[in-house]
Design a protein around this ligand. Structure first.
Ligand SMILES: [Zn+2]
Length: 339
């Protein structure tokens, strides 16, 4: 199976985050693995304020991706566009993300090629706005058990490791075998499929015992200055985690079933069944915005994807938050799917 490594570069609260990012960028580069760093706009600005150009330079050796301007800080995309038309939603997202995209380009010297949504907060309008910013691949979209990239809302959609994550081996009562048990299960499931699997992590988690953004849970919205950073692992545990990660990387490199690839290669290998924004526009009546159409039965990908999709299961959202218009956008754009 083909494997992409992705890193959600987002912890704007912990002092240790830049060092963690540097460590990952260097360890991957040493092993000739071109990962994709999904960078939050505010994180990029923080690296600049801290003058951590060593971190920026190390990340530049990899693919530069985008992970929103402010991640879990409210309003998230589905919160911001609640009740809006598709066109107004896209414009809202462009307005909120523009400065983040510009800062990434300014600091990393390139436009982001790919995008990852924070948690479960993706929306179709996000994907359409991504096209506006020149982003080609989105690691989001209707979550399914497929591991084959496909087209939706003009973006190539690639699975985002919701089954495989380096952090599965981080807890004190775990070791790298926890990761390899999951990998074994996935290999079994994907036998005979030319699958592309993303293995992801949050670089900061080698030092922090929890996610940085829990302070934004359930609609809470402290300012960045007032927000409490996450706790650190007990003394000595980060060194154990680093050892586990390098062991995992070395074992993956030796695994004959694993072929490391990078996201630009995945994109270039999926041009044969392309259904990008040009195709969408050619099927949109002139003078109209992209239409929402009734979903055809042939789009059965969506039964699995939307069936139990729940925006409120992402920690920052309040219980029961499931904006009706966003589900209408998801279904109404099923016609832009090409598998
Ligand atoms: Zn994230």
């Amino acid at each position: 199976m083909k494997v992409v490594i992705a890193l959600d570069t987002e912890d704007i609260l912990s002092e240790t985050a830049p060092d963690a990012q540097l460590w990952w960028a260097q360890e991957l580069h040493k092993r000739n693995i071109k990962a994709t760093f999904q960078i939050v706009g505010e994180m990029a600005r923080k690296l600049e304020r801290l003058k951590r150009f060593d971190v920026i330079d190390a990340i530049k050796e990899h693919d530069i991706g985008y992970h929103t301007n402010y991640h879990s800080i409210h309003p998230t995309h589905p919160e911001g566009i609640e009740g809006m038309s598709l066109e107004d939603s896209v414009n809202w997202i462009i307005q909120h993300e523009e400065s983040g995209i510009q800062d990434i380009e300014r600091l990393f010297g390139t436009k982001p090629f790919s995008y990852t949504t924070p948690g479960l907060s993706w929306t179709p309008a996000t994907l359409l706005a991504n096209h506006h910013f020149g982003i080609k691949v989105s690691f989001v979209g209707p979550y399914t058990s497929r591991y084959l990239p496909y087209w939706y809302c003009g973006q190539l959609i690639v699975d985002y490791g919701h089954k495989l994550n380096f952090e599965q081996s981080f807890r004190e009562d775990c070791n790298e075998e926890s990761f390899f048990i999951q990998l074994g299960r996935l290999k079994e499931k994907l036998k005979g499929i030319d699958a592309t699997v993303t293995i992801y992590t949050h670089p900061g988690r080698i030092f922090t015992a929890n996610h940085w953004d829990l302070v934004y849970k359930n609609g809470m919205n402290p300012s960045i200055e007032e927000a409490t950073p996450p706790p650190y692992w007990p003394e000595g545990h980060s060194d154990k985690i680093k050892k586990r990660v390098t062991n995992i990387l070395d074992r993956l490199l030796e695994d004959p079933d694993i072929e490391f690839t990078d996201i630009q290669t995945v994109y270039h290998n999926h041009q044969h069944n392309k259904f990008d924004m040009e195709n969408i526009k050619s099927q949109t009546p002139s003078g109209e915005y992209i239409p929402l159409l009734e979903r055809a039965e042939s789009h059965d990908l969506f039964n699995e994807a939307i069936g139990d999709f729940d925006y409120s299961s992402w920690v920052p959202h309040v219980e029961g938050f499931n904006p009706k218009n966003v589900f209408e956008h998801i279904e109404g754009l099923a016609w832009t799917t090409k598998i």
